[in-house]
Ligand binder design. Structure first.
Ligand code: AMP
Length: 497
């Protein structure tokens, strides 16, 4: 059957006595316990009369119960729509009118905020039940609903840095094929213990990380949030960690991070935002591990990965997963020669079913030959190894020349005076756009003169920043991505007379 849950259920049954979730400050759950909680959530959902294909909004804190709730939605053939708890009522209003959920599941703390849009949409509400909740009753086992592999399993609203957020529709087949590929690619073993401190409203923590463990019936250290001191206490028990680059930089700030603290680790995996070469090198020096960087997105889960066996190269995201394709192409989809920058396009069973109720947007971004235009700019070497040079909308065109922010940021980050940097384009009378360096200084403020001295012999004149802005820290979203749209907005008038 095409329901991805049926595949997971087989792993749960054969590993019923195995630990599934190792939890903060309470007893671990076995796979038997997890199945119990899935059935409990499924029973609860069914009392609302939900039908396969119905959308269910879930805006909750991360917890074991909420992972069970996600799995219950899969089991019942519902379309799971996770929402960041940080979304405001106005944002929720848009999502409600767009996806028309039949049910909204929220934490107690969120329901007041959520009420207004839901009332107008006639969606029903369920408050999430936590450990030891009074609703406790022995759940009846529920049937796993038959689904086609093309049927929708989830809609993920993209972080949407510009314009309206789009709902990426992922099918059971998308989830299943990518979970299987990753499990093979990263050599998942029965003895693996995954440390998952990622949020589960996003593709990274929910699908990429959790599915590998669940599909193999192996334990997950399921942390409600990333808190470096707590992660340090759990690291020695883990064999795999998946994280965003800020997890790695924040752990590097800890004096107690060393080879002993990662004694059982098999592989550290990183993605969702660029990992700097400096972090890669420092991590190797401190722990002896070369981080495996991979590249993915809400619309396609994972596209490429550095190899498990073979060379992991800092600043690159590796090769297309088996059964998938990656090309770097011009504006009409024709591959550019290796070594040249172009748009990254991907194809394969991982590619989503389009944007929810946006056929025009879908048609703009999905080519007739099935390739999805990612919006990321990249370059491939002759062997197919991919590097990302930035988002196409972050590309700076100064005096008619293309400037790829990542190249400039790489050189800036090597300056001892610079702790980190973000390069943006700002409207300029002469150049159209001028390159601006937003920097976090490691000591005293960084001046334009410092930058000119350091970059003068390394980058062509047109790539060099025309202005520098010192900030105490760069704005980032929960997945660690620098919010360049915010920076562009903030400094849009920098060159006004
Ligand atoms: P999201 O849909 O929120 O997961 O965002 C996907 C975007 O994150 C991609 O289109 C890339 O721009 C970025 N991204 C993901 N992984 C990496 C990576 N390893 N290096 C650089 N950017 C990445």
């Amino acid at each position: 059957m095409g329901n991805f849950f049926a595949e997971l259920e087989r792993a749960f049954e054969s590993n019923a006595g195995q630990t599934a979730l190792m939890l903060d400050d309470r007893d671990d759950w076995t796979y038997r316990d997890l199945v119990y909680h899935i059935n409990r959530a499924a029973c609860e959902l069914r009392t609302f009369g939900v039908q396969p294909g119905d959308r269910v909004f879930v805006q909750v804190q991360k917890s074991a119960e909420n992972l069970a709730l996600y799995l219950a939605c899969l089991k019942l053939g519902l379309v799971y729509v996770p929402l960041n708890t940080a979304y405001t009522e106005a944002e929720l209003d848009y999502f409600v009118s767009d996806a028309e959920p039949v049910l909204y599941v929220g934490d107690q703390a969120r329901t007041d905020v959520a009420c207004a849009p839901l009332r107008t949409a006639n969606a029903r509400q369920l408050l999430v039940f936590g450990p030891g909740d009074a609703r406790e009753k022995v759940p009846q086992s529920t049937e796993t609903q038959p689904r086609e592999s093309s049927d929708l399993a989830a809609i993920l609203y993209t972080s949407g840095t510009t314009g309206r957020s789009k709902g990426a529709m992922l099918s059971h087949g998308n989830l299943s094929s990518n979970a299987r590929s990753l499990s093979d690619e990263w050599g998942w073993q029965g003895s693996d213990v995954l440390l998952n401190a990622l949020p589960i409203f996003h593709v990274h923590g929910l699908f990429i990380a959790s599915h590998c463990a669940l599909l193999n019936g192996t334990p997950m250290i399921f942390m409600e949030k990333f808190e470096p001191s707590q992660v340090m206490t759990r690291l020695p028990d883990a064999t795999v960690m998946m994280g965003v680059p800020t997890f790695y930089t924040r752990l590097l700030d800890r004096q107690d991070l060393n080879q002993d603290s990662v004694a059982h680790m098999r592989v550290f995996i990183c993605g969702s935002a660029p990992l700097t070469e400096q972090t890669f090198a420092e991590w190797e020096q401190r722990t002896g591990h070369r981080i495996l960087e991979r590249y993915g997105m809400s619309e396609t889960i994972i596209n490429t990965s550095n190899p498990l066996e073979g060379e992991r190269v800092a600043g690159t995201v590796g090769y297309a997963l088996p059964g998938q394709q990656v090309r770097v192409a011009d504006e009409v989809g024709v591959p550019v020669p290796s070594g040249e920058v172009g748009m990254i396009e991907v194809a394969g069973p991982n590619v989503f079913q389009g944007y929810w109720r946006m056929p025009e947007k879908t048609a703009e971004e999905l080519r007739e030959d099935g390739f999805f235009i990612t919006g990321d700019l990249g370059v491939q070497d002759a062997g197919g190894r991919l590097s990302i040079v930035g988002r196409s909308k972050d590309l700076v065109i100064s005096g008619g020349y293309n400037v790829y922010p990542k190249e400039v940021e790489g050189v800036l980050d090597e300056m001892p005076e610079v702790a980190e940097s973000a390069v943006i384009g700002v409207t300029h009378r002469d150049f159209g756009e001028a390159v601006v360096a937003v920097v976090v200084a490691s000591g005293a403020e960084v001046t334009l003169q410092d930058i000119e001295q350091a970059l003068g012999s390394r980058l062509a004149r047109f790539k060099q920043p025309k202005q520098v802005v010192n900030v105490p820290e760069l704005p980032r979203n929960t997945m660690g991505k620098v919010q360049k749209n915010k920076l562009r907005e903030l400094y849009s008038n920098l060159f006004d007379d």
